[in-house]
Design a protein around this ligand. Structure first.
Ligand code: GTP
Ligand code: MG
Length: 271
């Protein structure tokens, strides 16, 4: 009688490959390839701890940092850490602060070219708890095409935000739901897992918004294309160190951008 027990172990040499083969070249294990994209602008206080944390998780996630020429030397810190994780820690440097949206688009294209199966978005500032990456991934494995780390799916789970910031974020999601009909409680969330299939189907050239609006536009487009979206409850904690990059321009873009999305849908266009 033959029996096989599978334990969830991390196997050396399998970290960044789609599959493992034995000495004879036979396929012995197939691994889902996962990458977490972290855009950074002046995150020198957070980035090294974040790298250590992601690489200590019980699931294997690669990391792609997209740095926009941070004057504080964030990219240099990442480069120094690539010595520790040569196959798993990746860095793309852009010349100036070009915004979150285009940073993610650049990262998505890179992830598709490098044949990742699941692509995650996460902030560098520990507002998103990296432990939750595993929960997002499991929800994706269970069948969701887009998994959102959601602050508003079971009550309000935000720690240390001033009331005006919380109200703005909460009502922004309500506004998006009302205008677009998209059944998502945290439309501006920046903690998201996309299957590669979703990113391949979305025409990334057509995604127009650059700030918070980008997060809304991506989810909305995936939803209009018929993909299954699942919200997983997370606790969001305001950054402890480093500077926020929120601005009123970002807010205005999202406000008008949501109306544009609705008009585009009425005219029958989906990105
Ligand atoms: N590459 C790149 N990263 C950015 C840019 N703007 C913000 N980021 C990064 O995007 C993530 C989210 O930015 P935050 O400054 O935390 O913005 P926020 O979450 O809206 O603001 P707080 O909640 O107040 O921290 C962080 O990892 C930032 O370093 C940008 O223009 N380019
Ligand atoms: Mg933040």
């Amino acid at each position: 009688m033959f029996s096989l027990t599978i334990h969830p172990v991390r196997i050396r040499g399998c970290e960044s490959t789609m599959s493992c083969r034995d000495e004879q070249g036979r396929l012995i294990l197939s691994v889902m390839r996962k990458v977490v994209i972290i855009p950074t602008y002046n995150e020198k206080e957070n980035i090294s701890a974040m790298i250590d944390k992601v690489f200590s998780l019980p699931e294997t996630f690669d990391l792609l940092v997209i740095d926009d020429g941070s004057p504080d030397g964030t990219a240099e810190i990442v480069k120094s850490r690539q010595i520790d994780f040569p196959d798993r820690l990746h860095l793309l440097e852009r010349k100036g602060k070009l915004g979150l949206g285009t940073a993610y688009i650049t990262g998505f294209r890179w992830a598709l070219e490098h044949e990742y199966d699941y692509i995650f978005e996460m902030d560098a500032d520990f507002s998103h708890n990296p432990d939750d990456l595993v929960r997002l991934y499991h929800a994706a494995l269970a069948g969701a095409d887009v998994v959102i780390g959601s602050r508003y799916v079971s009550g309000v789970n935000v720690v240390n935000w001033p009331m005006h910031r919380l109200l703005m974020s909460y009502y922004a999601s309500l506004y998006v739901r009302t205008v677009t009909g998209m059944p998502v409680r945290d439309a501006t969330a920046g903690f998201v897992c996309y299957s590669a299939e979703v990113l391949r189907r979305i025409d990334l050239d057509q995604i127009q918004m650059k700030g918070y609006g980008f997060q809304i536009e991506m989810k909305y487009t995936a939803w209009k294309l018929g993909f299954k979206i699942k919200e997983v409850s997370i606790v969001f904690t305001e950054r402890v160190v480093g500077q926020s990059k929120m601005s009123s321009g970002i807010f205005g873009e999202a406000f008008w951008g949501v109306l544009k999305l609705r008009f585009r849908a009425i005219k029958g266009k989906v990105a």
